[in-house]
Design a protein around this ligand. Structure first.
Ligand code: HEC
Length: 448
């Protein structure tokens, strides 16, 4: 009888141990915060406070519990029950539970007595991904942002001269005033030797509202060849809040910089109440490998080849859905996508349908967040064969119940014709698809 009771007792203890897992900062919470939060929550980044040490996390534990339970942090708008991405960043329900348990158990540290804050300052983790950049291009002049509470737009010409034509693995935009840099897009112009007079000549910085007549021609930039022809532009880098590394496997994508060339960088800054100066930089990582597979890009929607239907006009006090449909003309291998809308955006959905009727989920965003517009890179290359159709559906909320509505009372908001400056108070429906021409076996390439 005694042994029998003892047996039950031991059994109960074991059960208890099994179910009440001990959660420590060292083993569970620290690594979780480091992986999912620290890249934004460190000095100089967009998070409002650092989350780098035990104390940082304990001191903010109440609000952390709240934002992770509501799934507001980390900000990852894509629905993980629809599709997965190599750069996805969200907490699983088990991780959220672990945080709650850790709090209930009294913030256990773990075995180590001393806790080093994560070695995360100065962008160390970011810098370690590809080592040090081989070339840093600074803006030709610092950008002066007037403290007038207005958004501002600049076009900046960043010329470069290399010793020889050079293969480039990655180009990374490094914003200086991260909280003010709103969106960045850029293109690259490569000159054949002596095609162009002097790439360094002329004005390099334009306030797009006061200095430029028409942003599509680039006339003012003086970037034409000797014979007056204009070179093809190649999309280079972009940046939005939350942007992080998006490196492709060696040989896929990349750039070939000719000895002489220039970047044209389109900078959109948020409004600021005080004067500020921005010194953003372009970091370039060379590669020994030639580009084996070209990374191509196609825009669908407002600035692209396939039109938005109906026309993107959103009447006041309405919730309206718009569509873009496109047929794939050749077999392609898709690498990443970037959906784009402004403040009235509410939901975004993209999927493809194969000729045999199978559906391929691409991305679903149930709660559009203007602040987090990532380039979503797939875990594995996805083949879309000729005849596939891509369907895009985007919902806009132009009512007063949309807290981001820039107008109260609501006004008609629409997309402007190309060539005009698109403000955040105008709307867009755009979907960038980055892909390669398909080769047999592509669907086995991992992008993680
Ligand atoms: C992509 C960048 C980014 C990541 C990753 C990120 N945050 Fe944040 N976080 C922000 C920004 C920006 C804000 C302030 C604006 C906002 O609330 O969106 C913020 C705000 C917060 C706040 C304050 C909310 C409030 O209402 O005061 C908490 C708490 C927080 N984050 C916790 C976390 C935790 C915990 C993680 C990881 C699980 C995390 N964040 C990951 C960018 C990020």
């Amino acid at each position: 009888m005694k042994y029998y009771l003892l047996g039950i007792f031991i059994f109960l203890i074991n059960i208890n141990l099994l179910f009440s897992q001990i959660i420590s900062f060292e083993k569970n919470i620290g690594p979780m915060v480091f992986k999912h939060c620290a890249n934004c929550h460190q000095n100089g980044e967009i998070g409002p406070f650092p989350l780098l040490s035990y104390e940082d996390v304990v001191n903010h534990s109440q609000i952390i519990e709240e934002v992770i339970t509501k799934k507001l942090m980390p900000p990852w708008p894509a629905d993980p029950t629809f599709s997965h991405f190599a750069n996805e960043n969200y907490l699983t329900d088990a991780e959220i539970e672990a945080f709650k348990t850790w709090k209930e158990q009294g913030y256990l540290k773990g075995k180590k007595i001393k806790y080093k804050p994560f070695a995360y300052e100065n962008d160390k983790l970011n810098a370690s991904v590809l080592g040090k950049p081989d070339l840093i291009l600074k803006f030709p002049e610092p950008i002066h942002l007037a403290g007038n509470n207005k958004e501002s737009f600049f076009l900046i010409k960043v010329p470069f001269q290399l010793n020889q034509d050079t293969n480039v693995r990655y180009i990374r935009f490094v914003p200086d005033k991260r909280k003010l840099v709103h969106h960045v897009s850029s293109y690259l112009l490569s000159y054949k030797y002596n095609d162009k007079n002097d790439i360094f000549a002329g004005k390099k910085m334009y306030n797009m509202e006061s200095d430029l007549k028409d942003i599509t021609t680039g006339e003012e930039l003086n970037i034409r060849n000797f014979d007056g022809t204009q070179l093809d532009r190649e999309l280079a880098f972009g940046w939005v809040p939350g942007s992080n590394w998006s490196i492709l496997p060696e040989g896929i994508g990349g750039y070939r910089l000719s000895k002489q060339g220039l970047f044209v960088v389109n900078m959109h800054y948020s409004s600021t109440p005080v004067d500020e100066i921005d010194h953003s930089e372009i970091h370039i990582y060379f590669s020994k490998t030639k580009i084996k597979r070209l990374e191509l890009s196609e825009q669908h929607g407002t600035i692209g080849s396939h039109p938005v239907k109906p026309k993107l006009v959103i009447p006041p006090d309405s919730i309206k859905t718009f569509y873009v449909t496109s047929k794939i003309p050749h077999d392609i291998s898709i690498l990443s996508v970037n959906p784009h809308m402004h403040n009235l955006g509410k939901k975004f959905l993209a999927y493809a349908v194969r000729p045999n009727g199978d559906t391929i989920p691409i991305i679903r965003i149930n709660n559009w967040d203007f602040n987090y517009q990532y380039t979503y890179k797939f875990k594995k290359v996805i083949k879309l064969e000729k005849g596939c159709t891509i369907y895009i559906e985007a919902v806009y909320d132009n009512t007063t119940s949309n807290p981001r509505n820039p107008f109260n009372p609501p006004r008609t908001v629409s997309a402007l014709p190309l060539g005009q400056i698109m403000r955040t108070t105008d709307e867009m429906l755009n979907f960038e698809l980055r892909f390669m021409k398909y080769k047999i076996g592509d669907e086995n390439i991992s992008l993680e």
